[in-house]
Design a protein around this ligand. Structure first.
Ligand code: SF4
Length: 439
């Protein structure tokens, strides 16, 4: 029985895809093992957004060869699609597969027989038109379910459309089937993932269905306690979806909404499809209907043309907005993007200063959000996340909660009252009250 090990870099989408590919291997009789367990085959799923993607890829290949010198090393993922030739030149790599090929790798790689030359099977990204269903099953608490792939937007800084292709989706019927399958394994929370999830509904280049209808259909699936939307563009997070989430049985009051800049000048340069006024509307709508909702924000600092003044616009905008945390990205030039050709480049030192300022702001926001919720009662889904005698989990509105470790808590929903914020910044609960089986 051949042994195969996986390594994933990047986003939830990559994790869901690795998980599905690993199940394909298991179905064919391969044994899935940990990275250190002398595998015969390594599958490394790469990311192009990660800083130093090339260095990371080389490092993992080197490590793999150290563990198992005769192993067959395959590289897939966004970086593999963008730079197949470069990757094929890394010592120790046996095969590189692109976006259109990665889900067929067992059939394409010919029993993983080693050859003199590295196999490069990466078609042009235009060929990646098929949607491949994927979901991750890890510790049975949360699952990432891919519902959409690719993007038609073409923001000036982004390589994702080049690495993942055009927007395409699963069908509502098929997502519902997957959700039922996942529910049957005992998973309590599904996180819907995609590249541009609000653009859900395009099949073979035609819009057939709507994201809002997917939301309605999933809300009816028995056996799943929680549904979370991973991240959605502000222009696609409609009032219809927000209003539904406010009354939903299963969709949680947590929204992660990329802003990228609080300056309209920069938003226009980035080619984003909204202005800051729309963002304020969305936040106001969410907070009016769900005052306890958690709102996460992606923001990029140091985009070309971001002067001190324009950065301050972003800072002040975020400071005044009723949001709960930020994910801060420091802009870095990516080959083949419009932004990489732009003038008014921001010096690296300024970029990191701005990033630091926003990270501090994020902590302030998170603490404020947690403090506002102290004394209130929520449901926590405890995960296999144990440290220093404490077990952790998240409330429906994404507050990270710590409680005294008890193995019986894993994958259980408990009703808790949030007592205090501990020195690690988590909210501590003294006594999870009782098992809360809502559905
Ligand atoms: S919406 Fe913009 S940033 Fe997001 S994947 Fe599409 S092109 Fe990239």
């Amino acid at each position: 029985m051949k042994k195969v090990a996986f390594y994933t870099l990047g986003c939830k989408l990559n994790f869901s895809e690795t998980s599905t590919i690993s199940r394909q291997f298991e179905e064919k009789g391969y044994l899935k093992v940990d990275f250190q367990e002398n595998p015969d085959i390594f599958i490394i799923n790469t990311c192009s957004v990660t800083e130093n993607a090339d260095k990371k890829c080389k490092k993992i290949v080197k490590e793999a060869k150290k563990i198992s010198p005769n192993s067959y090393v395959t590289i897939i993922g966004c970086y593999a699609q963008l730079k197949p030739t470069e990757i094929s030149e890394i010592e120790g790599v046996d095969a590189v597969l692109g976006a259109a090929e990665k889900f067929r790798l067992i059939e394409l790689l010919d029993d993983f027989a080693k050859a003199q030359d590295t196999k490069v099977l990466a078609s042009e990204i235009q060929e990646a038109t098929v949607f491949n269903n994927a979901y991750s099953i890890n510790d049975r608490t949360r699952t990432f379910l891919k519902v959409q792939d690719g993007c038609n937007y073409g923001c000036a800084f982004c390589t994702i459309p080049l690495a993942r292709g055009k927007s395409r989706s699963n069908t509502i019927a098929s997502v519902v089937e997957s959700a039922k399958e996942i529910a049957a394994t005992g998973v309590k929370e599904i996180v819907l993932t995609g590249v541009n999830i609000g653009d859900f509904g395009i099949v073979d280049g035609k819009r057939n269905e709507r994201f809002a209808d997917l939301v309605y259909a999933l809300d009816e699936v028995e056996g799943i306690n929680r549904l979370r939307i991973s991240s959605i563009e502000p222009n696609l997070l409609t009032n219809e979806i927000i209003s539904f989430a406010a009354t939903s049985k299963r969709f949680v009051p947590h929204f992660h909404v990329p802003l990228q800049s609080g300056s309209n000048t920069i938003l226009r340069k980035m080619g984003r499809r909204y202005l800051r006024e729309l963002y304020v509307d969305r936040v106001t709508k969410i907070k009016t209907l769900m005052p306890h909702a958690c709102i996460g924000v992606d923001v990029i600092v140091g985009f070309p043309g971001e002067t001190d003044e324009l950065f301050l616009e972003t800072y002040n905008f975020l400071n005044e907005l009723d949001i709960s945390y930020l994910h801060v990205f420091t802009y870095s030039e990516r080959a083949n993007t419009r932004a990489a050709e732009m003038d008014e480049v921001v010096p690296m030192k300024k970029r990191s200063e701005r990033s630091k300022m926003l990270r501090i702001l994020s902590e302030k926001k998170r603490r404020k959000f947690y403090t506002e919720n102290l004394g209130k009662t929520f449901t926590v889904l405890f995960e296999e996340d144990v440290e220093d005698g404490k077990i952790h989990g998240f409330t429906e509105n994404y507050i990270r909660v710590a409680a005294k470790y008890d193995p019986m808590l894993i994958n259980e929903l408990k009703l808790v009252t949030l007592d205090q914020i501990n020195d690690k910044g988590n909210v501590e609960v003294l006594e999870p009250e009782f098992v809360f089986e809502k559905h």
